[in-house]
Ligand binder design. Structure first.
Ligand SMILES: [Zn+2]
Length: 69
């Protein structure tokens, strides 16, 4: 079971009834409840759903762009 931080208990708790969700930004997260007080807990998982969103230029000459990140 994944662990999350309950703001109500102010402690780390195992997320009860946790379900994996994909957020709008493509990141995965676990949404569930605190087993003690029932407060909704949310744990963001590292990594992205897509392995590598590399926009490959199809055989064109490489352009030097400043990619933020
Ligand atoms: Zn709690």
């Amino acid at each position: 079971m994944p662990e999350g931080y309950c703001v109500k208990c102010k402690a780390k708790k195992e997320i009860s009834d946790g379900k994996e969700e994909i957020m709008k930004n493509g990141r995965r997260a676990i949404k569930g409840k605190c087993p003690t007080c029932g407060t909704v807990m949310f744990k963001i998982l590292g990594g992205k759903a897509a392995p590598a969103p590399a926009p490959a230029p199809a055989g064109e000459e490489k352009k030097t762009e400043n990619i933020p990140g």
